[in-house]
Structures are given as structure tokens and as C-alpha cells.
Design a protein around this ligand. Sequence first.
Ligand code: G6P
Length: 360
Amino acid sequence: DDIEKGTYPHFMLKEIDEQPFVIRKIIQEYQGDNDDIKLESDIRQAMLDADRVYIIACGTSYHAGLVGKQMIEKLAKIPVEVHVASEFSYNMPLLSEKPLFIFISQSGETADSRAVLVQVKEMGYPALTITNVPGSTLSREADYTLHLHAGPEIAVASTKAYTAQMAVLAILAVDTARAKGYELDFDPMKELAIVANAIEALCDQKDVMEGIAKDYLSTTRNCFFIGRGIDYYVGLEGALKLKEISYIQTEGFPGGELKHGTIALIEEGTPVIALATQENVNYPIRSNVQEVVSRGANACIISMKGLDQTDDTLVVPEVHDLLTPLVSVIPLQLIAYYAALHRDCDVDKPRNLAKSVTVE
Ligand code: G6P
């Protein structure tokens, strides 16, 4: 094993800490001359030719895809569907006339995603793979590849690949928007540099995250994550991270859905982690928090500077509202890490899980 943990007790913690460097590396790799984005012109053309983008992925990569949909739709104004690979292959939806398939896969080896790639190639459609491993199966078999430049990810629970995927998707979305001639008030490299600093600041607050993990999660059997819009997607990832490595039963869902079922599970002391980084839903998500608190929940509110309120548990630095997931996920990764550590779980190699699932 050439890759060492160095002074870190676990790969997961090392990989969480590497995220600012990964984001800076992505900026460097994708920065062209004169503020241009460095991207193969064939990829740019494939985006321009598409009347609809289909993102196919599994697990954490699927969660990055959900955020990517927002970025591509808001910036490049191309409709996007995001599908779990194993569902898509057996229940293919009606396709548009000129689809472009984007496969998001850290490893580039996930069998469920590959099954879809094989199907859509047989149908003659173009495919782009966004992966951390150029030369992997999904990269070789697709028409185009975008590289994540995250460096090897060893811990089973994905961290730096997720933030890298969203950074690359943001760059791709901006590139397409510019190629379509849209005037954007969004310089991705500048905004990503702000993100890298924000991640660094959060990684310097590990004692705070450890405290949150102890206060909220040391003995609980379950934990809920709520958010709205892009925060909901980050909540899904936070719920996955925590369940994967701590074996706490978790669920992430949209704040507005609470009243349609999950609120029945709220008891005295039930932890609910709420994300509030989006101005347009700051008021409704906070009323969702009130709903659970009044039923006894132990609410942990993670908000963004500028939208924060006095009793928030943690306030993350302000970044562009399309890039908040890259920042708000950091405390969730760290909280999951410390929860697993304090519950004596095998952080890097959780039971029953594999880093790369090469069987369907
Ligand atoms: C496994 C891993 C997850 C990962 C998923 C998709 O389940 O444990 O961390 O998100 O596969 O992997 P991929 O390599 O395709 O991103």
C-alpha cells in the first residue's frame, strides 16, 4: 500500500482534510488562459447538442448528481434528470431526442452504472464519465471523461470525491452557460477558491464537530436530516455518511415532508440535523425545526453566515448559494466520523460495505 495515513488515525479523516487542496487542484487543472475554462471542445459541444442531460450514479455520487442538476439547470438552462443506476437500467424512462448521459463515479468501476453505460451506448447515445480514475472501465467505455483530480480515496465512506464531483459539475455548468452566450454573475474559479478557504476553516474546528457528535449522537438509535432544495440533497448525503459508518439509523428528507410521516418518529431527545444555507427557504426550514423541537427533538441547526440566528449550533462561512453543499457537507462528514469513532465502529471499513461495488 503506497498510500499512507501519515499522522492520521484514519483515511477518512485524512481525506476530509484534503478537500481544500482538492478544490484548489481542480481550479488549477480547469483554469484556462484569460479566465477561460480548460475543457475539451468535444465535451463542450456534447453539452451544447443535448436537449436533456441524464445523470446516472450510485450512492454518494448520486447525491453529487442531484446538486449537479441544480447547477446545470440554473446556469446552463438544460433540463437534467438524475437517476440511480440500478433503477434506470430496469426501468428506463422515456428519453428525449438528444440525450447526453453523464456517469458520475468515483471509482469508475461500479457495475450498476456500467450496466446503464452499456445500454445507452448500444442505443447510440453519447456519454461522459466524471471520475476519479481515468482509465477505469466507465472512463474507457464512455466517449468523454472529466477527471476529479481528488487523489486516491481509500476510506469506504466517500468524502473528497463528493466535493470534487460537485466542483467539476459547477465548472461544466458554467462552461456550457458561457458557450451558450449567457452572461453569468458567477466566476467558478473565484467562487471555488472561497469554498476551499471555507472548508479549511471548518476542518480547523474539529473539536466543535466532535462535541456535536458527542452531544447528539453518542447513544441515539436514530437521527434525521432535514433541509429544503439543495440543503435537502446535502441532508441525504449527511444521512448516508452517518449510517454507513456509525450504524445509526438515519433518514434525510425535505423539511416540508416531515408532517407527512416522519414527524411520528420524533420523541424526546431524537436528534434532528437541519441545514439552513438557502435564503429562499430559510423561513420554512426554521418553522420545520420548531415543529420537531416542540415535540421534544434535539435539533442541531447548521446554517450559513448571513442567514444564521442566535441559537444555531454551527454557522458555516458564506459561499455562493449554488456551492453551499461543498461547505455544509464538511460538518456532516466530521460529525459522522466522530460519531463512529465514539461508538467504536471501524471508520474506514464499515461492515457489509465495499469501496467499489463491481457486482450488480
Ligand atoms: C459504494 C461506496 C460508496 C459510493 C458508491 C458509488 O457503495 O461505498 O461510497 O458512493 O459505491 O461508487 P462510485 O465509485 O461509482 O462513485
